[in-house]
Design a protein around this ligand. Structure first.
Ligand code: PXL
Length: 273
């Protein structure tokens, strides 16, 4: 039976991040994707691609969840941009009613191209209602700085410190993504399971076509968990998957370029175009 996987997240109208990244990634992993849309992000080419986030009414989020949680249980759930405290509360209700081990919380606190941070009350609700139920959370450097309340993180030691603090919020595993912001030669992530640290390394690709990388990474972890991989294995697989997606990034328009979610499975086929 194909594994059912859900993303509770925002819609990225530009197609590279958010639920679009999640569904494309779920499909590449051979899982069956469901979506509960919490917000819609639009970009304005007349204002240098400035982002606007429009939240969906929490009652409509609840209706989507009710639809999705009918029938065979889900194998894994990912949360991304959550829009409102109401959406977080409804998601938490369904996680209580239908407990599952494979919850991945991608703590989307800001997206590239906007200085608008997720409201502090959303961060508080995510910490209280979602992180304690999660198998893993996947903050980038900025998000890890906010969740840990350590502020700017500039070294691997800082990332380890933040991972420990975030772990203490009740999540079973933490992976802090160093990415290009760490300013290292390599793309290094710090994985912490409450006992040991592991460093996941990959070549750092010099590209601007990397929109959607974070969502794609967390979606790949979610799909790999659904397929039965351990959380450590899922992170390794996701790292390779997103590295291929970044390496094969695509220019979308004059403002941005996306990772290509199909690259891991299909990169060679592009040569035939
Ligand atoms: O990359 C973070 C992100 C997450 N979710 C949605 C987004 C973005 C960035 O644009 O649009 C819906």
């Amino acid at each position: 039976m194909i594994k059912k996987v859900l993303t509770v997240a925002g819609s990225d109208s530009s197609g590279g991040g958010g639920i679009q990244a999640d569904l494309k990634t779920f499909q590449e992993f051979g899982t069956f994707g469901f979506t509960a849309i919490t917000s819609i992000v639009t970009m304005n080419p007349d204002e240098n691609w400035s982002h606007t986030i429009t939240a969906i009414d929490p009652e409509l989020v609840a209706k989507q969840l009710k639809t999705i949680f009918t029938g065979e249980p889900l194998a894994a759930i990912k949360t991304g941009m959550l829009g409102t405290v109401g959406a977080i509360e409804h998601t938490s209700y369904y996680l209580k009613k239908f407990p599952l081990a494979n919850l991945v919380v991608d703590p989307v606190i800001a997206c590239k191209g906007t200085t608008e941070l997720l409201q502090p009350e959303n961060v508080a609700a995510m910490k209280k209602l979602l992180l304690p139920k999660a198998l893993i959370t996947t903050p980038n450097l900025v998000e890890a700085g906010i969740l840990s309340e350590l502020g700017d993180l500039t070294s691997l030691a800082d990332m380890q410190k933040a991972a420990k603090i975030i772990y203490s919020l009740g999540v079973k595993n933490v992976i802090v993504k160093g990415g290009h912001r760490l300013g290292n030669e390599k793309a290094i992530d710090v994985f912490y399971d409450g006992r040991n640290f592991e460093f996941l390394e990959n070549e750092l690709y010099k590209t601007n076509f990397n929109h959607g990388a974070g969502c794609t990474f967390a979606a790949a972890i979610t799909a790999a968990l659904a397929k039965g991989y351990s959380v450590a294995e899922a992170c390794q697989i996701a790292k390779k998957f997103v590295a291929a997606a970044i390496k094969n990034g695509l220019e979308i328009n004059q403002f941005l370029g996306h990772v290509w979610h199909g690259a891991y499975n299909q990169a060679e086929n592009r040569m035939l175009e």
